[in-house]
Design a binder for this molecule. Structure first.
Ligand code: ADP
Length: 484
């Protein structure tokens, strides 16, 4: 199969500015989850390829990239952002076919990737240290320096957006990156590497090694030449990465998903909230770290909200990504099985709304009908575990204290939202909700590129996005000069 994403060679790795066959010459098949067909073969990178990629990144830091000024780094990222926009249709098509996300959502992801490049292009030369008043005869200042080689292990659900937020901030601050995209979806990562070359990014500043997590991913995590690891993915693998990184005493940024609530109070503007309540759960077929999978509703509005959400659910249709239905397939049959396992555990629950899978949807596709459950006990597994599928639960509450207890009553803490017209309550809830982002009378599912993002508890630690990410991708050096 000869698919060349924007000129990239999918069966190869991008190392040191060139497309190179993996050392073991092995490939993996990339599956289109809309119909089960093989899209193309991709490289099955191994430890040898990771070694080469880290070496290329170190060489870039010793060479041109290490001498590139902050302003010039910004210019390169700006050119990259332009190229992303120039190729928005091709990138959206690749992402839709690869991930299975509806084309319109894939297009939104392209625009987000371009925005990340624009944002970090502008930010690259705005980050600076400080001078610190100290003893007589001293001048003290701080320098913000890149970590060096940064490892980026990304998942399959939002490849473009996650590349944008992590690689964008790392390059803006002068790190050299080794990116390990997910084995389920990596075409836009490869296309991005090709565009980075075209934008004039010096060789070795961005290296991409596709492959299995247990091989290429693990090798990247273990590598002694890697100085920072940024990981987005499952809790299980996040813990593994943190443990492995501890051996090299390397900082990690972990974004591990959530069980994010939207809390609807009795004074909420229901018409304004309803589209957010449902969309935040079914966007990307619920395969979103910041999906809102729990809807907490004050008992006075409970029946009305359930009826209205159920109506919307019953009208939802799942079908092939490129045809732009409400919901696409899940990324893989493995993911479909995981979600169906959760649905089986919800059999005794009150299923109040269920979307439809198109009758003529390809039989090889990984489709799951969106499902809405009501009256769910906050401790039920469907209200506690991250499902990563188009499934939401509605939970009633009686007062603000109970709402807070339920909202904070999982091991996660990524995003939360609160719907109320009471200004004092908005402020109280913003403080009380345990989450890295709180939305008041809206739900941002991760929010814009400008907004710092990350979690607490099992949702991970460290912040990406916005200006805050630049601090995470740099290390602070204090310089104290005694001059008398
Ligand atoms: P999911 O279960 O949703 O696929 P994972 O956490 O398994 O999420 O995968 C997210 C990313 O982590 C992918 O790029 C995957 O290849 C990578 N990965 C999986 N296992 C490991 C591992 N042991 N070490 C490093 N990376 C891994």
């Amino acid at each position: 199969m000869t698919l060349r994403p924007l000129g990239a060679a999918p069966e190869k790795c991008m190392i040191g500015g060139r497309w190179i066959s993996p050392a073991n010459n092995e490939c993996l098949s990339l599956i289109n989850p809309s119909d089960g067909s093989v899209l193309c073969d991709i490289a099955k990178g191994s430890k040898e390829d990771i070694d080469q990629a880290v070496f290329a990144a170190e060489s870039a830091l010793q060479g041109i990239w290490g001498k590139t000024t902050a302003a010039e780094r910004g210019r390169i990222l700006a050119r990259l952002g332009h190229l992303v926009l120039e190729h928005k249709d091709e990138l959206a098509t690749l992402e839709a076919q690869d991930v299975g996300k509806p084309y319109k959502q894939a297009r939104a992801d392209v625009l987000a990737l371009a925005r990340y490049m624009e944002f970090y292009a502008g930010a690259a030369d705005k980050l600076h240290g400080e001078t610190i008043p100290y003893l007589d005869g001293y001048t003290v200042y701080t320098l913000r320096e890149p970590h060096g080689v940064t490892g980026h292990i990304i998942p399959w659900n939002y490849p473009m957006q996650i590349i944008g937020r992590s690689v964008g901030a790392a390059l803006a601050t002068g790190n050299a990156c080794v990116l390990k995209p997910a084995e389920e979806a990596c075409l836009t990562a490869l296309a991005f590497a090709e565009l980075a070359n075209k934008a004039g990014l010096p060789d070795g500043a961005l290296n991409v090694v596709p492959g299995l997590g247990s091989e290429a991913g693990a090798a990247l995590t273990r590598h002694k030449g890697v100085h920072h690891i940024s990981f987005t993915g499952s809790v299980e693998v996040g813990k593994l990465i943190q443990r492995t990184a501890a051996d090299n005493v390397v900082p990690v940024t972990l974004e591990l998903g959530g069980k994010s609530p939207q809390v609807v109070f009795e004074d909420a503007d229901l018409d304004a909230s309803l589209p957010f309540l449902v969309n935040a759960g079914i966007q990307n077929a619920g395969q979103t770290c910041s999906a809102s999978s729990r809807i907490l509703v004050h008992q006075s509005l409970y029946e009305e909200v359930v009826v209205k959400m159920a109506k919307r659910y019953n009208a939802l249709q799942a079908g092939p990504a490129m045809d732009d239905w409400d919901v696409g397939p899940l990324v893989s049959h493995r993911q479909k099985q995981l979600v169906e396992g959760f649905l089986a555990k919800g059999e005794e629950l009150e299923l109040v709304g269920r979307g439809k899978i198109l009758e003529d949807a390809p039989s090889g596709g990984a489709y799951v009908a969106p499902s809405l459950f009501a009256g769910v006990h906050p401790d039920h597994i469907l209200a506690q575990d991250e499902i990563f599928g188009p499934v939401q639960v509605v939970i009633p509450f009686q007062d603000e204290d109970e709402a807070v207890a339920i909202a904070n009553g999982t091991n996660f803490g990524l995003v939360a939202s609160c719907w109320t017209t009471d200004g004092a309550r908005q402020m109280r809830m913003a403080k009380k909700l345990r989450a890295g982002q709180v939305f008041l009378n809206n739900y941002g599912a991760g929010g814009g590129v400008e907004l710092p993002f990350g979690g607490t508890g099992l949702s991970g630690h460290g912040r990406e996005k916005g200006f805050e990410a630049l601090y995470g991708f740099t290390t602070l050096k204090t310089v104290a000069a005694l001059h008398g």
